[in-house]
Design a protein around this ligand. Structure first.
Ligand SMILES: *Cc1c(COP(=O)(O)O)cnc(C)c1O
Length: 359
């Protein structure tokens, strides 16, 4: 059996150990005689799985007791509607548009109230993160929404934006668990799990307790954070199997040193690629240096045909999914927690060879 290096932006690589454990437990989980896929979500054996998964996630992210963790469905995209429906008490929210997903979130919020774009980096094709200061935020805004890591453009907030005493909401789909974050600086953090934590189907929401219970009356029950919190994410059937795999991934991360160690490793991997890109005569990184993402490394040759040739030859050599997002072209190497350092080293070697042959 041979595994390729998979640079997909999501769904993406999972740690080999996790896949092996899931495979070993596939037909008989822990002596239950059933697969996790087959068991009732209300059974004691599943209850233990979801509780342990939450406990490990709380430990990994250092989540304070006054925050709830919700395991939901619908992807991060459903949160684009859930956030305004739950949090727009005064009907006003401010959005930072730093890429495609934050643009979608902003557009969705406008359906439900007075959403305002207070800063954008659209003028330079989202190659940087606009600066945010508290005076930019409207006095009566219910919250400020940001996308912390822009998956498509390969940029990331260099620090938590200062929004004064306003509630900060962050889409962390493509950077959650890549490094430690101070959860107390956020009112809500949400993430589709298929990038850095689990297979597709699970969306994780971390929400400060006092922010729940103010939803619009006409909110769909399934989108009401309070309903989900009051029912421990079991108002209906949760994405059972994806939660179980997320639990294995959290255990793996804890065993490997937690988020401090993840950050160290991710910085090293990203530096390998960016250092090469900065010195390359053929490839150019597209994000401004200060705002570079550790997770999604975007680059171009400047020649669309050569980009295409690169992706084709890379795939043939075992480096898959390096094509940039369909909306921007070029290349993108997504190097989430599960991508081993050797994968990045091997990619850089391949890029050097390609450069020598094509420069
Ligand atoms: C992938 C992604 C999304 C969309 O997630 P879905 O789970 O497919 O809805 C939203 N935001 C960010 C930052 C992403 O990377």
């Amino acid at each position: 059996m041979s595994r390729i290096y998979n640079f997909s932006a999501g769904p993406s690589m999972l740690p080999m150990e996790v896949l092996e454990q899931a495979a070993a437990e596939m037909t008989d989980y822990n002596g239950s005689g059933m697969s996790v896929m087959e068991m009732s979500h209300r059974s004691p054996v599943y209850d233990a799985i979801i509780k342990q998964t939450e406990a490990d996630f709380r430990e990994l992210m250092n989540i304070p007791d006054n925050y709830k963790v919700l395991f939901l469905q619908g992807g991060a995209s459903t949160q684009f509607a859930a956030v305004p429906l739950n949090l727009m008490k005064n009907g006003k929210a401010d959005y930072v548009v730093s890429g495609q997903f934050s643009g979608k979130a902003f557009k969705e919020a406008k359906k439900y109230g007075d959403a305002k774009c207070i800063a954008t980096s659209e003028d330079k094709t989202f190659s940087y993160i606009p600066e945010i200061t508290p005076d930019m935020v409207r006095e009566d805004a219910d919250y400020v929404h940001v996308c912390y890591n822009n998956t498509i453009f390969g940029t990331k907030f260099p620090e938590v934006p200062n929004v004064g005493d306003k509630v900060l909401v962050a889409d962390m789909s493509s950077c959650i668990t890549s490094e430690p974050v101070d959860v107390t600086k956020f009112g809500v953090i949400y993430a589709g799990a298929q990038k850095n934590m689990a297979p597709a189907g699970l969306t994780v929401v971390i929400i400060r307790e006092d922010l729940m219970g103010n939803a619009r009356e006409d909110i769909p029950t399934m989108l009401d954070y309070k309903t989900m919190a009051d029912n421990d994410s079991m108002y209906n059937t949760p994405p059972c199997y994806a939660i179980y795999v997320a639990g294995l991934v959290y255990k793996w991360a804890l065993k490997n040193g937690g988020l401090t160690a993840m950050k160290e490793r991710n910085e090293k991997k990203a530096a390998l690629l960016y250092d090469f890109l900065d010195s390359s005569k053929l490839f150019k990184p597209t994000a401004e240096k200060k705002y570079r993402s550790m997770m999604n490394v975007c680059f171009v040759t400047g020649d669309a045909d050569l980009d295409k040739k690169f992706c084709k030859e890379a795939a043939a050599a075992g480096f898959e999914n390096l094509k940039g997002h369909r909306s921007v072209g070029g290349m993108r190497a997504s190097i989430y927690n599960a991508m081993p350092t050797e994968g990045v080293e091997a990619l850089v070697e391949f890029m050097k060879k390609f450069e020598a042959e094509n420069a």
